[in-house]
Design a protein around this ligand. Sequence first.
Ligand code: UD1
Ligand code: CA
Length: 470
Amino acid sequence: MRLGIVIMAAGKGTRLKSKRAKVLHEIGGRLLLSHVIAAAAQVVPPRDILVVVGHQAEAVQSAVRETGVRFVEQERQLGTGHAIQCAERETREYSHLIVLSGDVPLLRPETILALRDFHLREKAAMTILTAVPEDPAGYGRVLRKTPGEPEVLAIVEHKALNAEQAGTGEINSGIYAFERAALYSHIGRLQTDNAHRELYLTDMAEILAEAGERVVAIEAGQASEVLGANTIAEMMELDRELRMNLARRLMAEGVTIYRPETVILDAGVEVGPDTIIEPFVQLLGATRVGSDCRIRSYSVLENMTVGDHVLIQQSCVLEQSQVEKGAQIGPFAHLRPGSHLCENVHLGNFVETKKTRMGPGSKANHLTYLGDAQIGSGVNIGAGTITCNYDGVSKFPTVIGDRVFVGSDSALVAPVSIGEGAYIGAGSVITDDVPADALALGRARQTNKPDWAGNRRAQQEEARKRGGSS
Ligand code: UD1
Ligand code: CA
């Protein structure tokens, strides 16, 4: 037995009313098609997966090329039956084919394996994966020869149902297994005599059954995993389902998630036990969070690596950066790509970092911008400090040694370096390197003019009196 998997992904997705091809829409932070490929790749190696592309073929191929699957083009989308006709040559090496839909993204590998095993055991020419969802509207229905028995007579599309057939709640998932020789020896008999003037793959059930071939159906374990995404609303239902499944899995692994229905978790996210996630948090991309952390409401983490015992206060935006054990961030902090906060760093309100490393125990607690900076350990960055890293043309680095104290409201004009243990007086504009252990002052000297304000008030009082008597 040689098994190949064909994924139909050439359709436009007219019901989405979108410029983008349907399979390029996302749920759970991943393309619909990527979910289907990931499930298929658990069953066969990527080179045995053939994706039928057509609408926006170039974009679809480049989006998933790195998975190692093969492609075949369906230049004009003349229906699901035609999509499988286009795959004939490219599937010659297989004895059996499993056909998946690019828009049925929650399908689990276990279910594909159950379909395969049932198909082989039944020695069927065609096996249809079915479900009995709460609302079967819009789906094709599977008509069995005898209720409860595996054999199928036909699949009838929703629009073609007669009154009697409309009572059938068993839907066609659009997922099938075929004995390849039987499929291609009869596929030429498909006709376009239907509502869409297309070649329907569903018609193969009746064609094969009438030719005396065995056509059977198996119901999926969970109806929700074979639901399709034909409209944005349906897609968002699947998105919710997928993210809730992930939240449930994390909670089962010891993560506390308050109001999980408000938390947005992407499919690749990992979180360690005893971490607490508050309502309205978003963990996106390949974000990894350690154990014993707390992520407070409205914080958004994208492609972040966060160690254990980290506190992320409310409303932080953290992207493509690394935060080590024991750090405390926010509220309202912004880590831009390439930031690296070592152990026990404190980063407070309205602090922004970019391509900046802060050594262990360093602090920047208020109103600060640190860009292209290498900061040592035990450094204190005063409120309102700015690294002036950009001269309008190029970016320059700032280097700050261990235990440096930067006074509040200092501007560090890069390229500049501050030696270990040095002090910067508050309000300084530092344009030259500072040696280790020095005090640098770069501001106007203060002068006090004794009695100046008192004298001025007296003069004003005098002038007012003269004005009043005239
Ligand atoms: C299809 C089934 C329906 C089933 C439902 C399950 C047919 C005729 N109907 O309907 O019985 O209940 O799936 O979700 O098959 N595609 C191509 N080339 C084409 C047309 C479609 O590759 O020419 C691809 C689409 O990109 C999509 C998949 O095939 O990934 C299914 O097509 P779609 O138009 O969504 O079929 P449904 O109307 O949902
Ligand atoms: Ca569909």
